[in-house]
Design a protein around this ligand. Structure first.
Ligand code: ADP
Length: 679
């Protein structure tokens, strides 16, 4: 049978090129990748054989064999695992099936040299690392239970060939035709060293034929025999006593189970006894993997039953919000011949999961209390995922809330965090609620007018800038009996002693508020504010309405279809000179068209202050221009700004504009846009 030639998918060509040319300084990882694949293949056939013993054809002596041929310059890695059918070979070794490929390409091009090995494996490109050391790779494989075998061959440059061949034993032989500069890897000591360094804990024996000489040639005849030597210790690291495993071994095992190449930030190794017995070895990564938020990211733990591998990425063992945790669970109470279907919703797994969650929460709590810097490293990588738990895990909501870190108005420094405990402990005795503001950008939030009154009252406000924070606050609702309250929603209450003044103000400004309420159709009400001390105006949402931030998020996610934008309330600051002057103008002449123009400017600055975009920026510019003109040459009021902004000579002189510059706000540094609007 002649070989058929196939083209690699386009992205494969690119990938191959990148692997060969940019990963050359990490060549040695090829061996661990291939041994790891071989071990996975053996795990798979062993698992299949639990329910179908025939599949083994009597060969259950699991083995991964390395054969180096220095003359031919080839290295062959042989396994008696599950093997690959023609379809699997073409699919698995011709494409990168996972949708992360594009992201991988982008990342690898940006990545620094030392980060590259971390990227391999994360994307399932392990096999292709063979091309770093080989200029041709031949794979001969026979799938368990099938009679024919298939040969795949490629020089990695764009095509591969497929040919039907004979193979007596089950499994896969991968032959690397070594590049000249990689021929060192054919030497026994090199292979031995690489196996002990990277694959020591692999549960199946990694063997190699070695020459053994006996006799000294004098008294005894010198004889040389070839013996198969096992290169790895094969110890199931998770079953060993905790203190017997050193940091180096944990690192290597972590790399193996996680496909990550950073070092674990925390290791959790324990035995659960009692209602359910199992052994767990879990790792918290240091770095956030690229695919943490991708739907097809590999999550879950490896499940073993009494040392026998059952499945990887077992999602039923760990809730989604702990999806960054890597490791192994070995359960002795599960029957060995469990099928994967049976595992789903298995009450035993549910119990293990509960236990793991409690252990992980405890571990994080401990890290937060005892190794705060490490906890902050952890939190910057995975805090956003942990927050999903507050939303998703009702039972553990409060414990998870204790683990959250926030920025707040107490500090200008983005590296300083507070916990909810800290916040509550520092609350003035008359404060009843926990205040927060959600937004996109901490710098903008710190300048927000919504914070003014809290600052004046000496109350702290949590600044939440994670997209998920909006959901967190909605799910949490309260902490330690204190309600969470958005600084930009509803009524935030005022000082009781101000009641009298408030009544008086309401009377004074009644006319203006009603007038603007009629003219500015975008808002449902114009009222006086108890939030503002420095700014003239702000927009607030009703208690149960979506905040501006949430509305923007929904829009960005394309989920705003059919949801009418909620109407906000425009709040004015009764002690701001602009508002006072505007009321005065209204009192002088309640039909002055300039009042609406100024009112709209107040509305526009409030829109900018909440972080939204102006719906009609050109009208805003025209109004501001009119004001500038009025200041510069005593020109027009903002309502007939179109006229005013026309080039000199083309416009009629207006008399309606203000003669004096509007008062500027005092005290706080306000954003440029607002300055523009107010000066
Ligand atoms: P990953 O192992 O991350 O999935 P690889 O590129 O290393 O990515 O391998 C791609 C696929 O090829 C594997 O998932 C597996 O299905 C198949 N494969 C690779 N090596 C072997 C092997 N020795 N035996 C059986 N299947 C293999």
């Amino acid at each position: 049978m002649t070989a058929e030639t196939h083209e690699f998918k386009t992205e494969m060509k690119q990938l191959m090129d990148i692997i060969v040319h940019s990963l050359y300084s990490h060549k040695e990882i090829f061996l661990r990748e291939l041994i790891s694949n071989a071990a996975d293949a053996i795990d798979k056939v062993r698992f299949e054989s639990l329910t179908n013993a025939d599949i083994l054809e009597g060969d259950a002596e699991w083995k991964i064999k390395l054969v180096a041929n220095e003359e031919e310059k080839t290295l062959t890695i042989t396994d008696n695992g599950i093997g690959m059918s023609r379809e699997t070979v073409a699919e698995d070794l011709g494409t990168i099936a996972r949708s992360g490929t594009r992201a991988f390409m982008d990342q690898i091009q940006e990545a620094k040299d030392k980060e590259l090995p971390e990227l391999i494996g994360q994307f399932g490109v392990g096999f292709y690392s063979a091309f770093m050391v080989a200029d041709r790779v031949t794979v001969v494989s026979r799938a368990a239970g099938q009679s024919g075998a298939i040969k795949w061959e490629s020089d990695g440059s764009g095509t591969f060939t497929l040919e039907e061949v004979e193979k007596t034993s089950r499994g896969t032989d991968i032959t690397l035709h070594m590049r000249e500069e990689a021929s060192d890897y054919l030497q026994q000591w090199q292979l031995r060293q690489l196996v002990t360094k990277f694959s020591d804990f692999i549960e199946h024996p990694v063997v190699m034929d070695v020459e053994k000489t006996s006799g000294d040639g004098e008294d005894e005849e010198k004889t040389t025999t070839i013996e198969e030597e096992t290169l790895n210790s094969q110890q199931a690291i998770w079953l060993r006593p905790k203190d017997d495993v050193d940091e180096e071994q944990h690192k290597e095992f972590y790399h193996h189970v996680s496909h990550n190449y950073d070092d674990p930030l925390e290791t959790v190794h324990y035995t659960a006894e009692g209602v359910i017995e199992f052994r767990a070895l879990l790792y918290l990564p240091r770095q956030r993997p690229f695919d943490l938020f991708m739907p097809d990211s590999k999550t879950g733990l490896h499940l073993y039953v009494k040392r026998v591998f059952i499945m990887d990425d077992c999602k039923d063992l760990i809730p989604e919000y702990f999806r960054f945790v890597k490791g192994v669970v070995d359960a002795s109470d599960l029957p060995l011949n469990v099928s994967r279907e049976m595992l789903q919703h298995n009450p035993m797994l549910e119990k293990i999961k509960k236990n793991l969650v409690a252990k992980l929460i405890g571990t994080l709590k401990n890290m937060k209390e005892k190794r705060y810097d490490d906890y902050v490293t952890f939190y910057s990588a995975f805090g956003a995922v942990l927050k999903e738990g507050v939303h998703a895990d009702f039972e553990n909501k409060d414990k998870l809330a204790d683990l959250l870190l926030f920025r707040s108005t107490k500090s200008d420094d983005d590296d300083t965090h507070v916990t909810l405990q800290d916040y509550v402990a520092a609350m003035p005795s008359d404060q009843e609620e926990i205040y927060y503001l959600v937004g996109e950008n901490l710098d903008d939030m710190r300048e927000s007018p919504y914070l003014e009154v809290f600052q004046a009252r000496g109350q702290e406000v949590l600044l939440l800038s994670d997209p998920i924070d909006e959901w967190v606050t909605q799910s949490l609702q309260e902490y330690d009996g204190k309600k969470l309250k958005a600084a930009d929603k509803g009524d935030i209450g005022g000082d009781k002693s101000d009641e009298k003044q408030k009544k008086k103000d309401e009377k004074t400004f009644k006319g203006l508020l009603g007038h603007l309420g009629e003219k500015i159709g975008e808002v449902k009400e114009v009222r006086l504010s108890s939030r503002l001390t420095d700014s003239a105006a702000c927009l607030v949402a009703d208690e149960h309405e979506m905040s501006a931030h949430m509305e923007r998020l929904m829009k960005r996610m394309g989920q705003d279809a059919g949801v009418p934008p909620s109407q906000r309330i425009l709040e004015l600051n009764a002690s701001h000179p602009v508002v006072v002057a505007l009321q005065k103008r209204y009192d002088d002449n309640d039909s002055d068209p300039a009042i609406e123009g100024y009112g709209r400017l107040l509305y526009d600055q409030a829109v900018l202050a909440e972080g939204s975009k102006l719906s009609d920026p050109s009208s805003f510019a025209t109004r501001v221009n009119a004001l500038m003109l009025a200041e510069l040459d005593g020109g027009a009021a903002p309502n007939n700004a179109d006229e005013a902004a026309k080039p000199a000579g083309a416009k009629k002189k207006s008399t309606a504009g203000p003669k004096k510059k509007a008062a500027t706000t005092t005290g706080s540094k306000k954003k440029a846009a607002k300055k523009k609007a107010e000066s």
